[in-house]
Design a protein around this ligand. Sequence first.
Ligand SMILES: Nc1ncnc2c1ncn2[C@@H]1O[C@H](COP(=O)(O)OP(=O)(O)OP(=O)(O)O)[C@@H](O)[C@H]1O
Ligand SMILES: O=C(O)[C@H](O)COP(=O)(O)O
Length: 404
Amino acid sequence: MTLRTIDSLGELAGKRVVVRCDLNVPLDGETITDDGRVRASLPTLNALLAQGARVVVISHLGRPKGEPEAKYSLGPVAARLGELLDAPVGFAADTVGEDAKAKVAALGDGEVLVLENLRFNPGETAKDDAERRAFAEQLAVFADVVVSDGFGVVHRKQASVYELEQLRPSAAGLLIAAELEVLDRLTETPERPYTVVLGGSKVSDKLGVIAHLLPRVDTLLVGGGMLFTFLAAQGHKVASSLLEADQLDTVRDYLAEAAERGVELVLPSDVVVAASFSADAEHVVTPADAIEQTPFGAAGLGLDIGPETAADFAARIRDSKTVFWNGPMGVFELAPFAAGTRAVAEALTEVDGLSVVGGGDSAAAVRQLGFDDAQFGHISTGGGASLEFLEGKQLPGLEVLGWQ
Ligand SMILES: Nc1ncnc2c1ncn2[C@@H]1O[C@H](COP(=O)(O)OP(=O)(O)OP(=O)(O)O)[C@@H](O)[C@H]1O
Ligand SMILES: O=C(O)[C@H](O)COP(=O)(O)O
């Protein structure tokens, strides 16, 4: 593994270091509901501050459309960073405007300034290369050197992730280096048996990773919203559960390929079906091939894997030496449908080997269910990024850091 590291940037005392973090955290109003990504950015920031650098932190939050939107302000995140860092943390009310310019100019050694959301500027996510580059040049004005540490966003070809790093001496931060160290082991030399657990709701996003993983894994466990597309592909009725009908043929191909390769692709034998999408909805456990035969008929919604499946998945996970898990097994946000996700999380904590949780929602789920980060081998801050990495794709934000 090769990657330019912070050491390659030389002496940083008194230098202005622009650090691209991924501080895209879930918010409830102005309250951060999971600060995992803020905490994950601390080692790099502390290392730079210890050298006496002047640190300018840049990040996106959510998906605003190229103009300011109060609910996506990084203000609450800057405040949280101020609580977690042993250094003064300021906040600029714009990204490359007058306030940012004045505050960067006034920044002292060992101080931090957070700039407002990068995506309040159309140039950050512009499709046009020249537009992105023009915005990156405005950011580069603040930088003697650039440190890229937002692992969750390295799969995006965006101004602060791809163009900025080419305009100044740049290197990867400690978070990116740590993420790659673990994820690389999953692609290169996984100890066997190697089990991947996939769930969540973005079926089409995750099919690519299945194609890439089938030749590498021993077992693939499928739960979450995506399981219904698999059941439908096998000819079962799934009532009103989440279904991506245009993916049925692809899913059939995967089922056939798994059988050919001798990979165990395990689908649930039972599921929890509810009358409606709410925490107080009536619900029953039913065999996976009889989802439409509950009292709710064609209106039934599959919202979790059933207890028999949860026990089976947990046993297979515990028997593995390497486990990668992305995507909740059910709608864990609603307490009656969190049991499958809890069982899988619990089993991951008992793996005698390497257990990795990848994905924003999956990481939030394990913390919300009361687990501690230290109970897992690694919790990746990147959902889409970790999956695209496992797919074997060249990621633009890593390519510019010399990753090979
Ligand atoms: N049976 C189901 N029906 C509908 N939604 C479901 C079901 N099971 C899980 N989900 C939902 O899937 C969502 C998480 O899926 P997602 O694919 O976004 O996970 P992730 O990869 O961990 O997150 P991210 O992509 O943001 O990093 C949760 O909000 C959960 O409620
Ligand atoms: O939450 C994420 O996966 C990252 O912050 C990237 O966000 P994006 O999917 O909006 O680019």
